[in-house]
Design a protein around this ligand. Structure first.
Ligand code: ADP
Length: 156
């Protein structure tokens, strides 16, 4: 049985922290699906199509990694993809507290879907899409925080 992990998120935009988690997970799982969760209530800086394009640009040569999007509950999407693992990155105790509750909930409603947490590497622990968006809005340089392919796609 293939071990498939889903890495859900907004990726608005994808950062070096996300990339590191995905590439480390690709050494553990047979397949990693980077899945953009679509939430119609949320306002994004980049359109869904552009976020998908940025993800494709980053992962096009990673054999085990694919890019997709989904609406609705993450657990339902995992079922649809026959993925038994949910991948999340942990940067801080704040992330941990939040993720712990969601993971316990998903374990119950998601047919024992297992959440696997990877701790961020120290050099990426302060990077968040929120901070990157703020710098972009202020016309600052985010090249130290996002992959090179993405840095050239940020001005739209
Ligand atoms: P969400 O909308 O779920 O917060 P994000 O795109 O912000 O989506 O994050 C998706 C996942 O990536 C989450 O598990 C988050 O903790 C993780 N993540 C975000 N930034 C980093 C980082 N710098 N290092 C490691 N993991 C990260």
């Amino acid at each position: 049985m293939n071990k498939i992990a889903v890495f859900p998120g907004s990726f608005d935009p994808i950062t070096l922290g996300h990339v590191d988690i995905v590439r480390r997970a690709a050494k553990i799982f047979d397949e990693v699906i980077v899945a953009v969760g679509v939430n119609s209530q949320k306002k994004y800086l980049y359109s869904l199509d552009h976020r998908l394009d940025m993800l494709e640009a980053v992962f096009s040569s990673d054999d085990k990694v694919s890019v997709d999007h989904f609406k609705g509950l993450t657990v339902n999407y995992c079922k649809e993809k026959a993925a038994h693992f949910l991948l999340r990155g942990i940067r801080s105790s704040g992330d941990f507290d939040y993720e712990k509750t969601i993971s316990q909930l998903n374990h119950v409603i998601g047919d024992e879907l297992e959440t696997v947490f990877l701790i961020t590497r120290p050099e990426y622990s302060f990077i968040s899409s929120t901070i990157v968006r703020e710098i972009i809005k202020g016309k600052g340089d985010v090249s130290a925080f996002v992959p090179a392919e993405v840095n050239s796609m940020l001005n739209i």
